[in-house]
Design a protein around this ligand. Structure first.
Ligand code: GDP
Length: 469
């Protein structure tokens, strides 16, 4: 534990601004004398007391509710004092300052809390594990109902329970292998009899299920980045507007209007999609436009999925079709492997034959969609195609929120189990390597719940919280 974890801390726990109620929270060891000094009386545990909050001269700053939660039955696991006052910024600042002042002599080293520090204490005092602590931040930050509900499930421990189940199975297998290491003469037979391979493959199957749900959870939290690319006037801005249902990007009939990127987060079935409209891709002598085009290619290079937009009304213009073919040729070079490209054939409302049987080459291995950004026809098909390339499979029920870091940790576990499986399957398994792979798998698993985490990781996670949380 770092020295800073021993300091008592104080903060305004409610959002900045004005509200009916605002809360000042203090957490630390042995708060009772401080409470007595601050309020001039003792408080019964976990009971609301309506009383004045006096300043140093005994004048009431405000009247409100005071609650005292003695350790360990509090949010942080330490003694916690909560002062619920009227929610004005000045009142709350005065109360906070009064707490720091009253601490002199009674609660040495009381200081303002860093972001996320209350929750960090809860984690350090074993009130919650790391995945649950992250779920608290995810619940507060949730941008969709599905994300909020799945954060709630992670917070109540659904995700952690699955991780603990995997860990128990892994520990069992490790014990078997470690025991074998101690009695080498019986090694292989012993492992065979105990069906180590069967245990490992069960574990891998359970891991696969958890990984799939965690990936869905990470998708709900983080979404994917979708870039709309194509020649000027293909209808990129119109498509972004149609998807977002608002006039965001500037739509004009003059080619080259969108010179920089415009981004909007939309949600489809609760999955956030960060959709980026880029400058039209074409040869240009205009310096400003050239910069926009270079940026468009940068965005494309960082996309999780690309919508390659084609204008159906210009399919009889050889130059236009050739330029589309050039972009189609350049896309695979710019895109990391495996990034899906969906061909979107736009303006079916004005296409001669209803827009089918297009002549231009198709870049998208992930199918094509015909639509009209103007009338909205075909947009639902595009939404479905986007959900499919995002990898969204489940209804949000049952999904718990997860982060990219959790998915990566599960993938690391999977890789170690594969190695372990290769050893077990060989006629002469190297038992020490097998044991080592299983140990590494367990370490990777433990980083999720925080049973094996560096201070650096904790710093990164908790500093992204808001102050007072
Ligand atoms: P961008 O340069 O690719 O962003 O293209 P815009 O979205 O600015 O659209 C270029 C022109 O095509 C505008 O005049 C739009 O109104 C028009 N347009 C876009 N989508 C459609 C469509 O589905 N049908 C028709 N008829 N016109 C469209």
């Amino acid at each position: 534990m770092l020295p800073r974890h021993a300091d008592p801390i104080a903060a305004i726990a409610t959002a900045p601004g004005r509200g009916a109620v605002g809360i000042v929270r203090v957490s630390g060891k042995g708060l009772a004398p401080f409470v007595q000094g601050l309020l001039g009386r003792t408080l019964r545990p976990r009971e609301a007391h309506y009383l004045p909050f006096p300043d140093a001269q005994g004048q009431a700053i405000d009247r409100g509710l005071a609650l005292f939660f003695p350790a360990p039955h509090s949010y942080t696991g330490e003694d916690v004092l909560e002062l619920q006052a009227h929610g004005g910024p000045v009142v709350l600042q005065l109360l906070l300052a009064r707490c720091l002042e009253a601490a002199q002599g009674l609660l040495p080293r009381l200081r303002l809390a860093e972001p996320g520090e209350f929750t960090e204490r809860a984690f350090l005092n074993d009130k919650i594990d790391l995945a649950q602590a992250e779920a608290i931040a995810d619940l507060i930050d949730a941008s969709t109902e599905a994300a909020a509900r799945s954060a709630g499930r992670s917070l109540s421990g659904d995700f952690s329970k699955e991780i603990h189940g995997l860990r128990d199975a892994l520990v069992h297998l490790r014990m078997l292998v470690e025991a074998t290491l101690d009695f080498p003469e019986e090694e292989i037979d012993f492992l065979r009899k105990a069906d180590a391979q069967g245990q490992l493959s069960n574990l891998q199957q359970s891991l696969g299920r958890v990984m799939q749900r965690a990936q869905q959870g990470a998708l709900l939290r983080e979404g994917i980045k979708v870039v709309i690319a194509g020649q000027p006037n293909a209808g990129k801005s119109s498509l972004l507007n149609a998807l977002a249902g608002a006039e965001l990007a500037i739509v004009t009939p003059i080619a080259g209007t969108t010179r920089d990127k415009v981004q909007q987060t939309i949600q489809i079935e609760g999955v956030p999609l960060h959709v980026i409209d880029t400058a039209g891709l074409r040869e240009s002598d205009d310096e400003v436009e050239k910069i926009g085009i270079a940026r468009a290619w940068d965005e494309i290079a960082g996309a999780d999925a690309v919508l390659f937009l084609h204008d159906l009304t210009r399919q009889d213009a050889p130059d236009y079709v050739a330029a589309d073919a050039d972009i189609a040729g350049a896309l695979p070079e710019k895109l990391p492997e495996g990034v899906p490209v969906i061909d979107v054939w736009n303006k079916i409302d004005r296409a001669p034959d209803g827009g089918h049987a297009p002549a231009a080459p198709q870049a998208g291995a992930h199918g094509a969609v015909w639509l009209s950004a103007r009338t909205g026809e075909g947009l639902d098909a595009l939404r479905r195609a986007l959900l499919a390339v995002a990898g969204w499979q489940s209804a949000p029920e049952g999904v718990y929120i997860a982060r990219a870091r959790h998915v990566q940790a599960l993938q690391a576990v999977d890789a170690h189990l594969m190695e372990a499986g290769a050893q077990l399957a060989s006629d002469h398994p190297a038992l020490d390597l097998l044991a080592e792979e299983l140990r590494l798998a367990q370490n990777a698993l433990n980083t999720i719940t925080g049973e094996f985490s560096s201070d650096d990781l904790l710093g990164v996670i908790f500093s992204s919280f808001c102050i007072g949380k």
